[in-house]
Design a protein around this ligand. Structure first.
Ligand SMILES: C[S@@+](CC[C@H](N)C(=O)[O-])C[C@H]1O[C@@H](n2cnc3c(N)ncnc32)[C@H](O)[C@@H]1O
Length: 242
């Protein structure tokens, strides 16, 4: 398997800055609202790990903050959201103003490959639709490992590839031909919604990604396909004593 690489960071920053104002709308429209259901699965997995209300969570590549809000409001975690695209963070900041905000729910402008946190700070690290966009995914994963406390857990939600052949062909048609046109039309910019299917087609499969997660030191790596494998959830643990 060739190592997957995302475009250089400044290109990714520019791409998300260009669509930040329409990002949420496009997510809902292009996924037929299924993106919300996928984030609920992250919440379920975290709940199954029996978090306590004082547990801290870092949501890497938080973007406009949708997962961060779910974790704050549905699980009651103290969540820090990190992203390196300021225009995306401004939308997250606006949304954070609603609901039970606490000083511990913060947004930080930071690169996932050099997180500005001490070792072992967080009980949970989450990342939704972000890993595929980090220039060197392994650098990001190593940082996530570092900032997790021993015994802490990582949960990754990312696009993947459907596993059932007929469904895969139907979805490929939508994803490669219809979604880029709709995305370009609504966002007013061509690149990002062509990049989406292109990057997903190059990204490691569910099993390959589990191997990458293991290779940076995580244990008990598990995954589950969502909506036939359009997206996948991976979760893993940093061993106690590390
Ligand atoms: C597709 S959006 C996902 C946003 C959000 N997590 C969600 O579920 O909608 C990807 C986000 O990753 C961020 N990102 C990509 N590479 C990054 C990096 N190296 N460091 C920090 N953020 C990064 C982008 O700025 C963008 O906001």
């Amino acid at each position: 398997m060739n190592a997957y690489r995302a475009p250089p960071g400044p290109d990714v920053q520019r791409m998300f800055a260009a669509i930040a104002d329409r990002y949420d709308l496009l997510n809902r429209l292009l996924s037929f609202q299924v993106d919300r259901y996928w984030r609920h699965h992250v919440v379920r997995v975290i709940r199954s790990m029996r978090p306590s209300p004082h547990d801290t969570c870092l949501d890497v590549c938080t973007g406009t903050g949708d997962l961060m809000l779910e974790l704050r409001d549905r699980v009651g975690l103290q969540v820090v959201g990190a992203d390196f695209c300021h225009p995306m963070l401004l939308h997250a900041q606006e949304k954070l103003r609603t609901g039970p905000n606490q000083p511990t729910n913060q947004l930080i402008d930071a690169d996932a490959q050099a997180l500005p946190f001490r070792d072992g700070k967080f009980r949970f690290v989450t990342i939704a639709f972000g890993l595929r966009n980090i220039e060197v995914m392994e650098h990001g994963l190593r940082e996530m490992f570092r900032v997790l406390s021993p015994g802490g857990s990582l949960v990754i939600l990312e696009f993947s590839r459907p596993v059932i052949p007929v469904f895969r062909s139907l979805f490929a048609f939508y994803f490669s031909h219809i979604l880029p046109r709709l995305g370009a039309w609504i966002s007013g910019t061509q690149g990002p919604y062509q990049y989406l299917p292109d990057s997903v087609s190059r990204f490691p499969s569910q099993v390959e990604l589990a191997d990458v997660i293991t290779s940076v030191g995580f244990e008990r790596v598990q995954h589950r396909n969502l909506t036939g494998g359009i997206a996948a959830l991976h979760w893993a643990t940093k061993r106690n004593g590390l």
